[in-house]
Design a binder for this molecule. Structure first.
Ligand code: DGL
Length: 261
């Protein structure tokens, strides 16, 4: 394996860009290939086998592109498919899961909220992880139904009524930490801040995933020293939507293209 080969990142669409951004920031010499499988979004409404099949398709494409490590930048794909991927492919995988533990540690009210997809909240991995904390704290889970398609459309303010419907009952129940358990939701952070009290801590997992990616590269001796890294973004839907999010993240020079996958 050549250390200058790229890191592969995939998600059901543009959401995983919130994870890619943290990796790109923390690891300035690493090239990357990002796949936005927007044509098949939302994954969160699909069954486990369909999510595994889509994750396999994305993994194989990233391996064809020569990726040395794969970041599954999607909670739904991680919680349903990462065990299968780790067993069947010989590259390191990093996943993303709702940050239940940090919220459980931080809460004073002993009540936390988790906003995630149906697929994530129904997964065995999530149920097992969250059950570790349920004795001490109350966990309020809410499915963010309809949010991913709105984010994929780029019309972020359309999400406000749904966010109010999902977040306000948890706030009224007394949560002091809200976990964004879907990599799309950080793109709604401004809208969320306007809905929840300023004392509510909003937690997402992007920075933790970037740190874990760095550790994993070090463990496998895969760090690159390339001073001229390359980043390529692919979408199987509207490239203009992908570019809109990249510009929103102040990524100025990038290569993005449509690819059928
Ligand atoms: N970004 C995915 C996640 O983190 C998206 C979910 C979806 O496609 O429903 O769960």
């Amino acid at each position: 394996m050549d250390n200058d080969q790229p890191i592969g990142v995939f998600d059901s669409g543009v959401g995983g860009l919130s994870i890619w951004r943290e990796i790109h920031r923390l690891l300035p010499n690493e090239s990357s290939v990002y796949l936005a499988d927007s044509r098949n979004a939302p994954y969160g409404e699909k069954g486990k086998q369909a999510i595994i099949d889509l994750s396999v398709k994305n993994t194989e494409l990233l391996l064809e592109k020569g990726c040395k490590l794969i970041v599954v930048a999607c909670n739904t794909a991680t919680t349903n498919a990462i065990d299968f991927l780790r067993i069947n492919y010989n590259v390191p995988f990093i996943g993303i899961e709702p940050a239940t533990k940090p919220a459980a540690i931080a809460t004073s009210s002993k009540k936390i909220g988790i906003l995630a997809t149906k697929g994530t909240l129904a997964s065995e991995l999530f149920i097992n992880t969250s059950s570790e904390f349920r004795g001490d704290i109350e966990i309020f889970e809410t499915i963010g139904e309809g949010l991913v398609p709105i984010i994929e459309s780029g019309n972020l303010s359309d999400a406000i009524p749904l966010l109010e419907r999902y977040l306000l009952p948890m706030v009224e129940a007394g949560i002091d930490n809200i976990v964004l358990g879907c990599s799309h939701y950080p793109f709604l952070i401004e809208q969320i801040k306007n809905i929840v009290p300023s004392t509510t801590t909003i937690i997402d997992s992007g920075a933790a995933v970037a740190k874990q990616t760095k550790n994993m590269l070090e463990i496998h001796n895969l760090r690159s020293k390339n001073p001229d890294r390359q980043t390529q973004f692919y979408t199987n839907a509207d490239v203009e939507i992908l570019n809109f999010f990249l510009r929103q993240m102040s990524v100025t020079s990038f290569k993005s293209s449509y690819l059928k996958f």
